[in-house]
Design a protein around this ligand. Structure first.
Ligand SMILES: [Zn+2]
Ligand SMILES: [Zn+2]
Length: 340
């Protein structure tokens, strides 16, 4: 075939493809053209039990979806005014600032940058870790002198080493330049674990990790026990036996959830609806499985985060309503900066 004929044949094939798969089909995964990212779920709520010494903050409640009303994965346990951070998704530090300044600034001192010293990562998916450089470096700019203590699965050290290597020019300049920053607050002590069990304990809080089923990535949830509450922050994953055991008699269970009703509209996971369904459920938690797990574990209150909600037209409460048809206990759909 001559180059001219080859060109014509290629152009004809492209034209045929464009006719068979018009632009809207090819743009099905365009997250900037979905209703979901235009809907404000509303202001944060304070729902903590009265006199509670332990508070739970759902600071960033998004999935990887670039929703401007929901920051990336970020949470916190607050025990006697000390915050223990969970996950560092996109905008984690802004989620902290939002939580600190909501509720008549009740938590401004709790989240003061020098006090942001403990972080627990559930797993190393990017939607739970892209905010880590900011959590390591920015509180240091505002005066933190203690290193950040980071607890997470195997691979956490490598991630932190990479971040610190990438930011060496910034770090050196702040220390040696006119800013004269301290030489300790940018440092990170990583505590990796490769199986479930107690991963942290101090005078306020015991933290036990439990292994999740979440694709092939090591993933964990945490069971937090303080003087007055038992809180399970499940992270991402399906309803496996370790999750079932960890959820037993929890006062509060904070968990991701997907939608069985709308999973076929998922913008990721494959080209066909069947493929998307299969892929999504190899990572995420079905409402029917969560209902079974929470009932068997006798969980008192459920809080949904990281909701994979593909309803169309978009309804921010679609998953809550879907779940309530399966579960009669107390359950909330979270918003950023909610306190439970
Ligand atoms: Zn994940
Ligand atoms: Zn996630």
């Amino acid at each position: 075939m001559t180059p001219k004929r080859l060109y014509r044949a290629a152009a004809a094939t492209l034209l045929a493809c464009a006719t068979l798969f018009p632009a809207p089909t090819l743009l099905a995964g365009n997250r900037f053209d979905t209703e979901e990212i235009t809907v404000d779920p509303g202001p944060p709520r304070w729902r903590a039990p009265q006199q509670a010494r332990t508070l739970v903050a759902t600071m960033g409640t998004s999935t990887p979806s670039p929703n401007p009303y929901r920051l990336g994965a970020a949470g916190a346990l607050i025990v006697d005014n000390q915050a223990y951070l969970i996950d560092a998704g996109e905008g984690a530090l802004r989620a902290i600032a939002k939580t600190a300044t909501a509720h008549d600034k009740a938590l401004v001192d709790v989240f003061a940058p020098p006090k942001l010293t403990h972080l627990f990562l559930t797993h190393l998916h990017s939607d739970h870790t892209v905010g880590l450089p900011s959590l390591i470096l920015n509180p240091w700019i505002f005066g933190r002198s203690a290193p950040l203590e980071v607890y997470g699965p195997v691979g956490t050290q490598r991630l932190v080493d990479g971040i610190l290597a990438a930011y060496q020019p910034d770090i050196r300049e702040r220390i040696d330049g006119p800013e004269g920053a301290n030489d300790t607050g940018w440092r990170v002590n990583v505590h990796e674990f490769e199986s479930g069990g107690v991963v942290f304990q101090d005078e306020r809080l015991k933290v036990e990790a439990f292994a999740h089923e979440h694709g092939t990535l090591p993933a964990y949830g945490y069971r937090f026990t303080s003087a007055d509450r038992v809180v399970v922050w499940a992270g991402d994953g399906k309803a496996g036996p370790a999750f079932q055991e960890a959820a037993k008699d929890a006062g509060l269970l904070v968990t991701e959830i997907g939608s069985e009703a709308t999973v076929r509209n998922s913008p990721w996971g494959g080209m066909s609806a069947e493929e998307r369904e299969r892929v999504v459920w190899s990572y995420h938690l079905k409402p029917s499985n969560l209902a079974r797990l929470a009932s068997a574990a006798k969980v008192k209150t459920l809080v949904l985060i990281h909701e994979s909600n593909y309803s169309a037209p978009y309804d921010p409460l679609a998953i809550l309503e879907e779940f309530r048809r399966l579960y009669s206990g107390e359950v909330y759909s979270s918003r950023d900066a909610d306190i439970y």
